[in-house]
Design a protein around this ligand. Structure first.
Ligand code: GCW
Length: 683
């Protein structure tokens, strides 16, 4: 069905003139390279072209001077040496279209890029495209658990059926690999960073190998998240101290076993000393000690270690914003050369809007990987339409000024500012066993956008949306424009009805899709809402200037200037950095209270606007998809009303001011809202 096929639909092109013009140039496929990945490229081209053109396109075994077809060429020459590894060119030469790269993977990406031209109706006359990935490892991180659940997964259960593997190979594994390859994703971490040690057992290594064998012909490397206490849990070691020879040996041996089964295994992803996970600090060692021990174990096989910087200690008087910086910045320059430190886009935790993480630009001697979250933990799960490309771009385009103007986060991550060739970007996957993969059909666009931006972070959100819509939903120009507009506004709309003006972390303790701004008690002080919003009779927001926590001081001077003055700080970041009084006039001309409370109402109205816009495109959309998205928008509207009523009523207790005209006070009371949230969270 339509949802399952993602953006790889390849239905017959109905415009006959256009189809004929393509057919003329796509009469056959030929390759003189027979690597497995090149064969995949041939097969994908054949399937795609045959669907689009409505006739079987043959794969030739002998070119014999034929013209009018597609030639795949893996070759090292002056031209391909100009491209990054896996870069490609697509050119018309001697009346054939040549897709050329230094690597078979490059030819595969070129083939999908070529298909994309046809799928979106672009001209291929005198085609001349060169394209190279800006980042080396373009990864999905699955937070999948061995028993099939997914941490923060909202699209069904895990794709990996561990109990059936290695004997049973589900067709879905192959379809998943195709989808990734089509957007340039070349690495996959199979399991949750809150990791079970069982993935390092013999029993599981053969299962992982089975998946690696499926993914290899699509150019995808497999990684595992590891449990740092595994030597003790599995190996019977006394403890897991990374300086203990017994422990180091254990890792060496298990790594050897993995590489014996999977020679191109990518390496390890590690969450250590974070949220209760074990780590080197348990033994008085540093993150670098832990990472370097593992780096040494994988180095003989050219593996890498990706060490997460998502750490924060329980200090009720401190500022969680600063924790990772405090732990990691001093370690810059002490990591082995095959270690990357993976940093979330923002300093807290995947909120609907965060300033960029202050570690970007602060560790020039260490390659930093970006971690985005595709799964919508704080973006309305799978009932809310939130197109994430603008969120990703906002972070990637932020200037750290670490090495002068233009040292954007993107250029830190792609290695160009500090001259790193080991580079990576990760997206926490939003896939699951649902028929349409992502729960909300429109969330497929987030998977797609992540892949496209991982390849080329300078693409615009608009362009990516338009590509995706044309391949996934419709090519009817008015519908494309309407849906694109709706997607482009969707993230800001979500921010408005949940956490406007830089408010953050006021979601339910358990229901991250709903509000709980009144939350005062939690297992950890820095998990409560009141820790973050700091509402009082004077105003609202977390003072992170030098008069407050001074988290702002972690950024370059230029950034401090941008955000440090409450009168000039852009409104989207205001409450991230300032405690602003309720009556303060903002740059919008309204007082804080009026602007803040109005945003909730405008946000709800905007959801109604999205519903209307979606209705306009009905005739251009597959009926099942149309109905499903219609239903989800209605659910989103219900949730938006909950956010609005809960938040304006709660914060009104502090502002003690009326809801500004023309808006009307909610018809529900604060106690009623608390009861709704309480019941949601009952076990
Ligand atoms: C995997 O655990 C997650 C946790 O579920 C999630 O609420 C938070 O976003 O971050 C953690 C992390 O990124 O480690």
């Amino acid at each position: 069905d339509d949802g399952y096929r993602l953006w790889l639909k390849f239905d017959l092109i109905t415009n006959i003139q256009q189809r004929n013009s393509y057919t003329q140039k796509c009469q056959f496929i030929y390759s003189d390279n027979q690597e497995a990945i090149t064969k995949t490229a041939q097969k994908e081209l054949q399937a795609g072209l045959s669907g689009l053109l409505g006739k079987k396109i043959l794969i030739l075994t002998n070119l014999a001077g034929k013209k009018g077809g597609i030639i795949l060429q893996v070759i090292q020459n002056e031209q391909t040496n100009q491209l990054a590894e896996d870069g490609f060119s697509i050119r018309e030469e001697n009346q054939n279209i040549v897709i050329r790269s230094r690597t078979a993977s490059g030819v595969l990406y070129g083939s999908f890029a070529f298909l994309r031209q046809l799928q979106s109706g672009s001209s291929i006359a005198q085609i001349n495209i060169t394209d190279s990935p800006k980042i080396k490892y373009r990864m999905l991180n699955h937070w999948d658990n061995p028993l099939g659940t997914i941490e923060r997964g909202y699209a069904g259960s895990s794709l990996w059926k561990w109990y059936e593997l290695p004997e049973v190979i589900d067709q879905r594994y192959i379809d998943y690999a195709r989808a990734n390859a089509s957007i340039g994703i070349n690495a996959v971490v199979l399991n949750n960073v809150n990791a079970s040690a069982r993935f390092l057992t013999k029993e599981y290594i053969v299962k992982v190998k089975a998946l690696a064998d499926v993914f290899r012909p699509y150019g995808i490397k497999v990684f595992l998240s590891l449990n740092f206490a595994a030597p003790k849990l599995l190996g019977g070691a006394k403890n897991s101290d990374p300086m203990a020879p017994e422990v180091r040996n254990w890792w060496k041996n298990v790594t050897k076993e993995i590489y014996a089964a999977i020679p191109d295994f990518g390496g390890y992803l590690v969450k250590a000393n974070s949220e209760g996970e074990p780590g080197p600090q348990d033994f008085g060692r540093t993150h670098a000690d832990g990472a370097n021990m593992l780096a040494q174990a994988v180095a003989p096989y050219k593996g890498i270690v990706i060490w997460r910087a998502f750490v924060y200690a329980a200090d009720p008087k401190g500022d969680r914003f600063k924790e990772a910086y405090k732990d990691f910045k001093p370690l810059d320059g002490t990591f082995a050369s095959n270690v990357l430190v993976q940093v979330k886009n923002g300093p807290i935790d995947f909120q609907s809007r965060e300033p960029f993480h202050p570690l970007f630009g602060a560790m020039p001697k260490t390659p930093l990987a970006m971690e985005f979250q595709l799964t919508q933990e704080y973006l309305g799960f799978s009932t809310n339409l939130v197109y994430e490309a603008p969120l990703f771009k906002e972070c990637l385009d932020s200037d750290t000024y670490s090495n002068g103007k233009g040292s954007t986060v993107a250029k830190i991550v792609d290695g160009s500012v500090d001259n790193h060739s080991l580079t990576a970007i990760a997206g926490v996957a939003n896939t699951g066993s649902d028929r349409n993969w992502t729960g909300h059909l429109m969330s497929q666009a987030n998977w797609y956008a992540f892949g496209r931006l991982a390849w080329n972070h300078s693409l615009s959100s608009e362009q990516i949306a338009s590509e995706w819509i044309k391949m996934s939903l419709t090519q009817e120009p008015k519908a494309v424009a309407t849906i694109q507009d709706l997607m482009m506004k969707s993230r800001e709309i979500y921010v408005d009805f949940t956490t406007p003006l830089g408010l953050h972390h006021v979601m339910g303790q358990n229901i991250h899709f709903g509000p709980e701004p009144w939350l005062e008690r939690s297992a950890r002080p820095d998990w409560t809402a009141i820790y973050y919003h700091r509402a009082d009779s004077v105003g609202l927001g977390f003072d992170r200037t030098s008069k407050g926590s001074n988290a702002l001081g972690l950024y370059a001077k230029e950034v401090q200037t941008q955000w440090g003055n409450p009168d000039t700080c852009p409104l989207p970041y205001l409450l991230w950095f300032h405690h602003v009084s309720w009556n303060q006039k903002l740059s919008s001309g309204k007082t804080l209270w009026n602007e803040f409370s109005s945003r909730y109402y405008e946000g709800v109205q905007s959801v109604e606007w999205m519903q209307k816009q979606w209705n306009y495109v009905q005739s251009s959309i597959d009926p099942q998809i149309f109905a499903d998205v219609t239903g989800r928008l209605a659910a989103q509207h219900r949730e938006a009303l909950n956010w609005r009523d809960a938040c304006v009523l709660y914060f009104q207790q502090y502002s003690k001011q009326a809801i500004p005209a023309p808006y009307q006070a909610p018809s529900r009371t604060l106690d009623e809202m608390k009861e709704i949230v309480r019941i949601y969270q009952l076990k």
